[in-house]
Design a protein around this ligand. Structure first.
Ligand SMILES: Nc1ncnc2c1ncn2[C@@H]1O[C@H](COP(=O)(O)OP(=O)(O)O)[C@@H](O)[C@H]1O
Ligand SMILES: O=C(O)C1=C[C@@H](OP(=O)(O)O)[C@@H](O)[C@H](O)C1
Ligand SMILES: [Mg+2]
Length: 171
């Protein structure tokens, strides 16, 4: 039987999922996985290569397959920003634990991400950052068990908010 003891971080690219995920795993004495790393290792290619060679929809489909079949109990799971396009993948991740949406405003994300066009984001060619932000926001909210706001907070402050919110939920 699966035990719901993992923490799944979702949110836009630049929200801090990968950076915070490692810190949270240390804090909570859990294992850590970044689903972007899983995909790259499985395919032997970078995400940017997959998008350049086969297109963004192919990356979303590979990502969906990999997260749908991953077995990740007792992990902090840093996801890629596009995981929320896979309903079955999200259902699988959610079965291992709590889904936390790291919510940042578009303005804050813009300050952090300077390579929007070359970062390997799974978006339609020409789709603006603002359009992608709006489309994704609804999906992140749909899957979130809890939301932690990140604007104006240091990584350490977000980590503290996260740990407190998780402890409140568990007590
Ligand atoms: N709260 C924060 N304050 C300042 N910089 C942050 C914060 N969270 C993340 N960052 C920075 O934003 C960048 C993207 O973080 P990353 O963890 O790769 O995000 P994601 O995995 O969600 O795309 C990194 O340079 C990271 O150090
Ligand atoms: O949001 C996206 O479309 C993507 C975000 C990336 O991960 P991060 O959210 O960790 O940057 C990575 O999964 C891939 O390049 C696609
Ligand atoms: Mg990341």
């Amino acid at each position: 039987m699966k035990r719901r003891n993992s923490i799944v971080l979702i949110g836009m690219p630049g929200a801090g999922k990968s950076t915070l995920g490692v810190l949270l795993a240390k804090e909570m004495a859990l294992d850590f996985v970044d689903t972007d790393v899983l995909i790259q290792a499985r395919k032997g290619k970078t995400l940017q290569q997959i998008i350049a060679e086969r297109g963004y929809l192919n990356l979303r489909s590979i990502e969906g397959e990999i997260i749908a079949s991953a077995h990740l109990p007792r992990h902090v799971i840093a996801t890629g920003g596009s995981v929320v396009y896979s309903e079955t993948g999200m259902a699988n991740l959610r079965s291992f634990g709590t889904v936390v949406f790291l919510e940042c405003s578009a303005e804050e994300l813009r300050r952090r991400i300077h390579n929007y066009e070359s970062r390997g984001i799974a978006k339609a060619p020409g789709q603006t950052f603002e359009a992608l932000f709006t489309e994704r926001q609804a999906l992140y909210r749909q899957y979130a068990d809890m939301t932690v706001r990140c604007d104006g907070l240091t990584l350490q402050e977000v980590l503290e908010q996260l740990v407190e919110a998780l402890e409140r939920k568990r007590s």
